[in-house]
Design a protein around this ligand. Structure first.
Ligand code: IGP
Length: 294
């Protein structure tokens, strides 16, 4: 199996990919692919694999769907949440009614862990996206074993036939791929590779600049009817979501703004334009303003 080469040099992305290549070698030594395939055989042969439909969750007529991300830290921001608790965060997202959950599993740069996927799976039935840097087919089998419903693939990293092959492999295992892009060329490549869900990343991984105008500029290149468009990164306010909705995106992917908000349920409510959540202490019987029951 080949390990993909990278188009961007001398960047944080290149450093991440360099580390990822070493990490995958070590992981495969501990758990060989044939062992994963063996485990998947049992999982896949038991009656219809109950995958939660990630694509369907993002297609909400007249509404922008929300993918909420579990993210402890990032190279651009450092630690986002000091008292990070992935299980509590997943629970809060589920309670707040998000449409899907993205889980960062990269340890070194994002403070994630593959185990967070299994932990999330035991808490929620929402579709789960594995966010990592996928450079080998091995990681796609691993993603399925970890309990994800979808996998992030970077068009800028998977050159040649790799992108199409990886999308096909994910589907054959009952998952869908979110293909992330940043240029018109990468969007073309994603469409030619058969991508159903295309992400436009508003963050430049070389400069860390974020600009949601990137989505507005690039969305016109996604000219294949039926493609689901996700705007990723730097989305902070209800106004941002509205603006992106007006541009025609189907979904937004939000990490930092929710993780840094202290209360993730309130954070989701703010993005959705709900001013306050119906929390017991605000609208319950003990409300001293006497509006209970109204
Ligand atoms: O935290 P933000 O700015 O809301 O961004 C979330 C997500 O888009 C970002 O984490 C991301 C986008 N593409 C990635 C690729 C790998 C790791 C992380 C990412």
């Amino acid at each position: 199996m080949s390990i993909m080469t990278v188009s961007v040099d001398d960047s944080i992305l290149e450093r991440i990919l360099q580390h990822k290549r070493e990490e995958v070698v070590a992981t495969r030594r501990r758990l060989p692919l044939r062992e994963i395939k063996e485990r998947l055989k049992d999982m896949l042969s038991s009656p219809p694999p109950q995958r939660r439909d990630f694509a369907a969750a993002l297609r909400l007529p007249g509404q922008v769907a929300l993918i909420a991300e579990v993210k402890r830290q990032s190279p651009s921001r450092g630690i986002i949440q000091a008292d990070f608790n992935p299980a509590a965060t997943v629970q809060a997202y589920q309670d707040a009614g998000v449409d899907a959950i993205s889980i960062l599993t990269d340890r070194r740069f994002f403070g994630g862990a593959p185990e967070y996927l299994g932990a999330a799976r035991s808490i929620t039935n929402l579709p789960l996206l594995r966010k990592d840097f996928i450079i080998t087919e091995y990681q796609i089998y691993e993603t399925r074993m970890l309990g994800a419903d979808a996998v992030l693939l970077l068009a800028g990293v998977l050159k040649g036939n790799a992108l199409g092959e990886f999308i096909g492999l994910a589907r054959s295992l009952g998952m869908e791929a979110l293909v992330e892009t940043r240029t018109p060329e990468e969007i073309r490549q994603a469409l030619d590779s058969g991508a159903l869900i295309i992400g436009i990343n508003n963050r430049d991984l070389r400069t860390f600049q974020v600009d949601i105008g990137v989505t507005a500029d690039l969305i016109k290149y996604i000219d294949q009817p039926g493609t689901i468009v996700v705007s990723e990164s730097g989305i902070k306010t209800r106004a941002d979501v509205q603006q992106l909705g007006n541009c025609g995106v189907d979904a937004v992917l939000v990490g930092e703004a929710l993780m840094a908000s202290g209360d993730q349920r309130q954070g989701v409510a703010r993005l959705r334009g709900v001013t306050a959540l119906p929390r017991k202490e605000q609208c319950g019987l003990e409300d001293s303003r006497g509006v209970a029951g109204v």
